[in-house]
Unconditional design. Structure first.
Lengths: 458, 101
């Protein structure tokens, strides 16, 4: 195959990738988007396989078989609650692949590498390797293999940044002396260690943002590899991925009113804030009480949080929503951007429970509706409803955009116990006169409310 | 490896910048409903680094280099297969409200 033909096919593939993201804009066309992505990948791989005859067919086929055998069950079977972990793992795989190709390219061509290529190559490897270990730690935290608490110690900033400095300095040394092959191991080792140190110090509640940032790193390192190999398709694909991670990261950090620096180096969530609350008494109610309130309701907004998924309550929530709709109650779901464990996660969890997506309302659109809503039902969420974010300047949550559930006529708050949320901050909402606290396992409480609603006599 | 000419470099930088702007525009328009499958999709797409490993494997090189590239192939292939399959699986779950019974 001629170079021109291969390059033209790469243009086609790049165009298909762009179209793929274009079609992802809305649900209606999104599956076409995925098909465009598959088509682009098929064109890219097909052109490459024909144009670049491999030196070692059995090795290549073996590697592809391993990839397909490992990848298929992940794609077909991973639980929707486990998609955040899987995403962290895919960033680990992607960035490691890119870093290894970078290393292979270095060993193949060293020392005949010009300084520009060598600087991109070493930068790419630093980014790739740190993303690999960072994503592995994110995976371990999300999977519950290690504690979600940030692991903090005195002077950790100096240790982390010192490690990064070693990685960058040794990378710079390689640019000047590309023949010193052993230095590459120092670059790799320091970058791997930095990724570990960076993410181990970040709390579990910040993982949605961390995943997005690591997504961005993985994409940028792939684009850098495109520069090294002068492969424009890889530059485009990597950059699109990097852009996506960056934007999702910005959305996540804005939804928590935090800067990237604060998330990456803040160590938030370590000490449980012990506010002097005084003794406040929340009114607790039963499922029957809730059903009584729902009897006269015309509009209900359900605010789900990850606790709902932990309790496996999403199907019970959906059934209750159906029962309410059968009573001609208007039901919407109010989704906070950080609900769940990764960007958009809550929508997926509810879609899996067969909640129609036109009932899922994002925060900015649903907030103006709370004042005219009869009942807001909060299930498995906490911090994202805490009015302290609006009113208490001394609260760690202050400034965070929240769902204005307190403006609804009645708030039903379903909660396992009276403990604080992820942030460790108590929720003023519990003590408002229009709040009905229902304590217990979310799934059991929802099932009880459902039974009570079905028993209602008008 | 052939040294990259400055003309190539400028072209590549231009592509990078244009792709950045285009990427920001495209992603901004993606519905918030779909951010999770979007991540799975872009991850699969950027695993086109698969072809970079293929290109390295096509050059004569030592066994160590071949092995590094082969591991990269396996990792990228895992992402491609799982990424597209998972994206489709998630997207199939999104459905509109059924007409009133």
């Amino acid at each position: 195959m001629t170079n021109l033909l291969v390059d033209s096919l790469y243009v086609v593939a790049a165009m298909l990738f762009v179209l793929s993201l274009k079609f992802m804009a809305e649900v209606r066309t999104s599956r076409v988007g995925n098909i465009c992505g598959v088509a682009g990948m098929a064109v890219a791989i097909g052109a490459t396989v024909v144009a670049y005859q491999t030196q070692n067919t059995s090795l290549l086929v073996g590697a592809v078989v391993v990839g397909a055998v490992v990848g298929s069950p992940i794609g077909l079977r991973v639980a929707m609650t486990a998609v955040p972990q899987r995403t962290a793992m895919s960033h680990a795989f992607g960035s490691l692949a890119v870093a290894l190709v970078g290393a292979a390219e270095y060993y193949r061509s060293a020392p005949a590498i010009d300084p520009f290529t060598m600087s991109v190559l070493s930068g790419e490897m630093v980014l790739g390797f740190l993303t690999f270990t960072g994503s592995c730690i994110a995976f371990a935290k999300l999977q519950g293999l290690i504690s979600g608490r940030p692991h903090l110690y005195r002077g950790r900033m100096y240790v982390s940044l010192g490690t990064l400095a070693v990685a960058i300095a040794s990378a710079a040394y390689l640019v000047v002396n590309p023949s010193q092959e052993v230095v590459l191991l120092v670059v790799a080792g320091a970058a791997l260690l930095f990724g570990f140190l960076l993410v181990i110090a970040i709390g579990g509640a910040d993982m949605p943002t961390v995943i997005a940032i690591l997504n961005s790193f993985a994409g940028i390192s792939a684009a850098a590899l495109g520069f090294i190999l002068d492969n424009k398709l890889l530059i485009v694909a990597g950059t699109l991925d990097g852009s996506s991670g960056l934007i999702l990261g910005i959305i996540m950090s804005q939804a928590m009113n935090r800067s990237f620096t604060n998330i990456l180096f803040g160590g938030v969530g370590a000490a449980v804030a012990s506010e002097a609350e005084g003794v406040r008494v929340a009114q607790t109610y039963t499922a029957d009480d809730v059903a009584t309130v729902l009897r006269d309701a015309r509009s209900v907004i359900i605010v789900p949080g990850y606790g709902m998924a932990v309790a496996q309550a999403q199907h019970a929530v959906k059934e209750l929503a159906d029962a309410m709709q059968a009573r001609a109650i208007d039901v919407k779901y109010g989704i906070h951007p950080v609900a769940g464990r990764m960007p958009g996660h809550m929508n997926v969890l509810l879609a899996e429970a067969q909640v129609p997506y036109d009932q899922l309302w994002e925060m900015d659109k649903v907030n103006p509706l709370f004042p005219g809503t009869d009942v807001a039902i909060v299930v498995g969420a906490n911090d994202v409803t805490n009015p302290a974010a609006r009113t208490r300047a001394d609260s760690p949550l202050y400034g965070m955009p929240i769902l204005d559930v307190d403006k609804a006529r009645t708030v039903v708050f379903i909660k396992r116990s009276m403990g604080p949320g992820f942030s460790g901050v108590g929720n003023d909402l519990f003590y408002l006169t229009n709040t009905m606290m229902v304590l217990g396992d979310a799934k059991r409480v929802m099932t009880d409310i459902l039974a009570s609603v079905r028993n209602l006599r008008d | 490896m052939t040294a990259i000419s400055s003309a190539d470099l400028v072209t590549n930088l231009l592509i990078f910048l244009l792709a950045t702007v285009l990427g920001q525009e495209l992603i901004r328009h993606v519905s918030r409903l779909l951010h999770t499958p979007l991540m799975a999709l872009t991850n699969a797409i950027s695993s086109v680094s698969f072809i970079a490993a293929l290109i390295v494997l096509a050059e004569p090189s030592s066994e160590d280099v071949q092995l590094l590239a082969a591991v990269a192939v396996a990792l990228a292939a895992t992402n491609i297969v799982s990424g597209f399959l998972l994206t489709d699986r998630i997207l199939r779950m999104f459905r509109k409200r059924k007409p009133e019974k």
